[in-house]
Design a protein around this ligand. Structure first.
Ligand code: COA
Ligand code: AMP
Length: 633
């Protein structure tokens, strides 16, 4: 069947289409139907099936005789080590860890927070939770203690699994003190912590609370896979919204398995036993879906890469990994390619490695600029496929289905909607806009399996954030248009979320931190265009009356404060001090206009502006830090 027929069937006969796809999953009890729409506009998939993610990702491949197949390759240029773990070894390791968690009282439905760098043990911890029906919540290592504490308070985990440290080029990230600080400040206290001690740093354990990863598993009975309902939460993953309180995206088990399995062959063109590599981090949704779950559910080999595109040790690292491990399909963020291109514009490093195993490159996480796509295509000589998705959806909303029917690539577009996604462009009144017109991108409900059914313990917030603006639709928060061939173009966010080096961040969260500085009276944060990272945050600070300190000192303290409260990943390095912020007469800060001035884009004077002269002051402040700061056009 071709793409167009499959997409059409997924919308006209969702039950039939997804029940067919569910055949690729092992169920303890098959679901009676795919779509559960009794509580519309809240939808669920495969709710009455009984299933286990770990069984499907690990055990069943061993049972099928593939125990000797490599499941995980850990390639770590930052520690100069490489390890290979077969499916049989993975099953034993995960069963042992799951048994140890269970022996300490972790049961189906209990939450477990995982705070780990790019080591196979992070995947083992996720799979061990899945094995016993515990709900994991992985926190990205680049977040600081207060962000970890927020997630601990919201998820209320029975246990935390962490590593002693992570390794960033040039520095060791001390995870354990960050974890200790987070638990100390959090209102919720986990019963215990399991610490994976790395050779690079052995952390001090707190007696009575912390357990050593190995010692804790000694002598335990390995756990079997516990059947859970199709609508049992597989995990919670926190993502940035418009406020400082992150949103706990929930993923249900059944739909997650069915959707991810479908994508491996149909989108990524991978066969079981082949090597698939996603160079992201387990702390992000891409890492959940495409470092851990999808490749393993499919019986492929996944690579856990602990390094960077450049500097570990050079801009040829990606090519080395592809060549050495025979990667057939590779997934990363455009920013990684911009980093490589900047260091090695001629692609000289490619000459040192035979990357002929590679069939396709997939990009996501931020807008893929046509220049980067063209460079990657020219140098790698394989199709370069941009695809669009979000933490909320867990898999691609729009892509080019390379394993099903490769469609012509249009640079600048992540191509066409995937099964179950009825993508529409809506105007402010909620009515669909004509072809080619820019508007809010929304998806007609229901969303397909594998997408978020709700937010953790926050159904009202879920409805308000995603379902209320356009009744009957899921609001993506992205703006764009659809062309005459049905190709989607993603142009910008409609909210205060920015995308820094493929990392999704909330300007609202940064503003909350800046406002807590004693000298800051008012502030705003925007995302300005950056040639490497796509966007970087910029702060505008209005100091309190009577503050006589040098602005540079306040700025330096604010930069340090954001790093301390949110983490290095915020990449908040620049701020300017201004007298006033431009606002509408009703007091709304005009961030969009400030962004346009910072980026040198044409802008028009908003009719509702309170005092137009403030924009001249903003433009002057931006010019002073080397930004275009252009006048209205
Ligand atoms: N743990 C702790 N700190 C981390 C971290 C982690 N897992 N990941 C990043 N950081 C830190 C970095 O060390 C850096 O700290 P610094 O301010 O001390 O230098 C800071 O967070 C900002 O990191 P980043 O924005 O990634 O910038 P960078 O200059 O270190 O690297 C790139 C730039 C382009 C090489 C890098 O961003 C990259 O590889 N991006 C790929 C993006 C990606 O995979 N996204 C996932 C979504 S698909
Ligand atoms: P995250 O939830 O971290 O995956 O971030 C999701 C957001 O990243 C989307 O809502 C988009 O704004 C942006 N994004 C992801 N992929 C793409 C893409 N291929 N093109 C444009 N923007 C993208």
């Amino acid at each position: 069947m071709r793409y167009a027929d499959i997409h059409a069937r997924s919308l006209t006969d969702p039950n039939g289409f997804w029940m067919d796809q569910a055949e690729a999953i092992d169920w303890f009890r098959k679901p009676s139907k795919a779509l559960f729409d009794e509580n519309a506009p809240l939808y669920e998939w495969f709710s009455d099936g009984m299933v286990n993610t770990c069984w499907n990702a690990v055990d069943r491949h061993v049972e099928a005789g593939h125990g000797e197949r490599v499941a995980i390759i850990h390639d770590s240029p930052v520690t100069h080590t490489k390890h290979w773990i077969t499916y049989a070894e993975l099953r034993d390791r995960v069963a042992s860890l799951a048994g140890a968690l269970r022996a300490r009282g972790v049961e189906k439905g209990d939450r477990v927070v995982i705070y780990m760098p790019m080591v196979p043990e992070a995947l083992e911890a996720m799979l061990a939770c899945a094995r016993i029906g515990a709900v994991h919540s992985v926190v990205f290592g680049g977040f600081a203690a207060p962000e970890l504490a927020k997630r601990i308070n919201d998820a209320r985990p029975r246990a935390v699994i962490a590593a002693s440290c992570g390794i960033e080029p040039g520095r060791v990230v001390h995870y354990k003190p960050l974890l200790d600080e987070a638990i100390e400040t959090a209102a919720h206290k986990p019963d215990f912590c399991v610490i994976f001690q790395r050779d690079q740093e052995v952390a001090k354990l707190i007696e009575g609370r912390d357990l050593d990863w190995h010692a804790f598993q000694y002598g335990v009975t390995p756990a079997e896979c516990v059947p859970v309902e199709g609508n049992h939460p597989a995990y919670i993953l926190y993502t940035s919204g418009t406020t400082g309180q992150p949103k706990g995206v929930v993923r249900h088990t059944g739909g997650h398995l069915v959707a991810l399995k479908w994508t491996m062959k149909n989108i990524y063109g991978v066969e079981p036993g082949e090597v698939f590599w996603s160079a992201s981090d387990v702390g992000w949704v891409v890492g959940h879906s495409y470092i851990c779950y999808a490749p393993l559910i499919h019986g492929a080999t996944t690579i856990v890469f602990e390094g960077k595109p450049v500097g570990t040790p050079d801009a040829g690292t990606f090519w080395r990994v592809i060549a050495e491990h025979g990667v057939v399909s590779f997934f990363t963020a455009p920013t990684a390619f911009r980093a490589i291109k900047r260091e090695d514009p001629e692609g000289r490093h490619l000459g040192d490695h035979d990357i002929s195993s590679l069939r396709c490159l997939f990009l996501a996480g931020e807008r893929a600029d046509p220049d980067t796509i063209a460079w990657a295509h020219e140098k790698l000589e394989v199709p370069v496929v941009d695809h669009w998705w979000q933490t909320e959806t867990g898999w691609a909303i729009a892509a080019n289905p390379m394993g099903l029917q490769p469609l012509p690539v249009k640079p600048g577009s992540p191509s066409v909607p995937m099964p179950g996604y009825d993508v529409q462009v809506l105007g402010e009144d909620g009515a669909p806009l004509p072809q080619g017109e820019l508007g809010a991108i929304a998806i007609r409900l229901p969303l397909p399996p594998g997408t978020l059914p709700t937010l953790w313990k926050a159904e009202e917030r879920f409805r308000k954030s995603y379902l209320s603006t356009f009744p009957g639709y899921y609001e993506t928060g992205d703006a764009g248009y659809i062309d005459k061939d049905g190709y989607i173009y993603i142009m910008a966010r409609t909210d205060d979320v920015i995308n820094v080096a493929g990392h999704r961040l909330s300007t609202g969260a940064m503003e909350e931190v800046l406002a807590s500085h004693p000298d800051v009276g008012e502030c705003a944060v925007i995302g300005m265009t950056d040639p490497l990272k796509g966007q970087v945050p910029l702060g505008f600070l209005c100091l309190n009356n009577g503050v006589t300190r040098a602005p540079e000192d306040v700025i330096a303290e604010c930069v340090a404060l954001v790093r301390e409260k949110i983490g290095p990943v915020a990449a908040f390095r620049q701020a300017v001090v201004v007298d006033r912020l431009p606002k509408t007469r009703s007091g709304k800060i005009l961030r969009a206009v400030m962004t346009k001035i910072a980026d040198g884009q044409p802008w028009t004077m908003p009719a509702t502006i309170d005092d137009p002269a403030i924009l001249d002051e903003i433009a002057a402040a931006l010019k002073a830090i080397g930004r275009p700061g252009n006048a209205a056009g």
